[in-house]
Design a protein around this ligand. Sequence first.
Ligand code: AR6
Length: 169
Amino acid sequence: MTTLRLVQGDITRESADAIVNAANSSLLGGGGVDGAIHRRGGPAILADCRRLRAGHYGKGLPTGRAVATTAGDLDARWVIHTVGPRYSHEEDRSALLASCYRESLRVADELGARTVAFPAVSAGIYGWPMDDAARIAVETVRESGTAVEEVRFVLFDEKAYDAFARQLD
Ligand code: AR6
């Protein structure tokens, strides 16, 4: 049984086996939580990302997929980078957002991670409405069948925390 927990705060301050990054396909960094993870985690993460781009992921990491690197100076063993979809008013991309959580947990299971911290993927720069992002996150983790013992959602602000809390009730 996986325990779902909520924390309000900065995910780069968390201690977990794996910390999930809301990255972009380039894997080479950006703003939001991605920028924060690379800043606090240091250059080892970017070095790993560059190796991935030079190897298996020459065209970048597709939306909805996940891949692990070192966690550098973070208090974690791995960072799992996933690429959320941009929110669209024209097209339902929820399957891709669900895939981010499922694929991240699949990678976590392969690594043997027992605790995994997630941000609210796609709910910042990529514009996903927070309530819907929270619903997809919680439903997908609950249905994933992962062996991860604790999934911790680390929400940056109170509005995000409240949205996730409503889904857990
Ligand atoms: N800890 C926890 N949550 C955070 C933190 C943090 N340190 N910083 C931001 N958030 P976003 P996206 C929250 O924009 O929407 C990047 O440029 C934030 O408030 O980080 O998936 C990437 O390179 C929001 O609720 O990710 C991509 O280009 C949530 O994390 C693009 O942004 C996700 O916001 C990805 O956009």
